[in-house]
Design a protein around this ligand. Sequence first.
Ligand SMILES: Nc1ncnc2c1ncn2[C@@H]1O[C@H](COP(=O)(O)OP(=O)(O)OP(=O)(O)O)[C@@H](O)[C@H]1O
Ligand SMILES: CC(C)(CO)[C@@H](O)C(=O)[O-]
Ligand code: BAL
Length: 288
Amino acid sequence: MEIIREIGEVQKKIKEWKDAGESIGFVPTMGYLHRGHGSLIERAARENDRVVVSVFVNPMQFDNCNDLDSYPSDLSGDMDLVTGSGGDLIFSPTVQEIYPRGFNSLVEVENLDNELCGATRPGHFRGVCTVLTKFFLILAPHRVYFGKKDYQQLMVVKRMVADLNIPLEIIGCTTVREESGLAMSSRNARLSEDEKRKALIINQTLKAVKDRVIQGEVEVEKIRRWAIERIEGVGGAVVDYFEIVHPDTLQKITKIEDKAVAATAVFIGKSRLIDNIILGGKDETTDA
Ligand SMILES: Nc1ncnc2c1ncn2[C@@H]1O[C@H](COP(=O)(O)OP(=O)(O)OP(=O)(O)O)[C@@H](O)[C@H]1O
Ligand SMILES: CC(C)(CO)[C@@H](O)C(=O)[O-]
Ligand code: BAL
């Protein structure tokens, strides 16, 4: 298992593989890898001959310097996880390698980015789409794997690839959880034991919302207010947003008449955690 830091070098390696007729799977990450990332890498390894994992904390997608500066990292742990999950290569460029002249060209997916994380982290998806476009052009993989924990990111990237005719397949993978139900996230590493216990309220509330919908509740505003109160009731949890949106357009809805997505971002202490659940349809336990 190799770590490559330079664009020219990773391209040389990928060319060798492609010249040998091998298919390339790509898993973009910001590092500090956990079993959630591992499941993406394992799936990529099942479906491709070679798997490249990028580890790059992209400054362009952070609107909060503290969040960027305190983002955890552990490249040697990442190497172990990538090896154990069947990956072939880590591409971990420096910021200078990716943005040598700063950056004047931006990729933005309109409308899908105006609610949820797009509303509360201005410029976030512009940063994500710009860096991913660069990675897609640099690596030219056949298939790229994303987690459904970042539901909006998955939808935005699918749309970007379709709009720009980028020749690769985007694959969404099931959210991997702790036994407690907490969605695995690199940012969980910053939680104290007490905060970790409090963070359980996020998934518990999403599941309770799903139950209310199954029992016939359709009024979004009623559910929203109830869910926010329930989450913040644990003390030390502050809801950044809790919204119920159309699963494809990601626009807010007022009544749940068909499939919908409940998505939330919650500050537990200083860590901002996200999670979501599919309502009014099958749950998110299947890959797509
Ligand atoms: N629990 C998880 N299950 C499945 N996929 C996941 C999980 N956590 C992250 N991913 C996916 O891994 C990819 C890289 O995500 P990232 O490196 O930001 O990890 P993260 O744990 O989500 O970090 P953060 O704490 O910043 O949210 C994304 O496609 C993301 O959706
Ligand atoms: C896709 C990504 C690696 C782009 O920087 C990041 O947004 C993430 O880790 O989800
Ligand atoms: N997983 C999303 C990357 C971010 O929080 O910036």
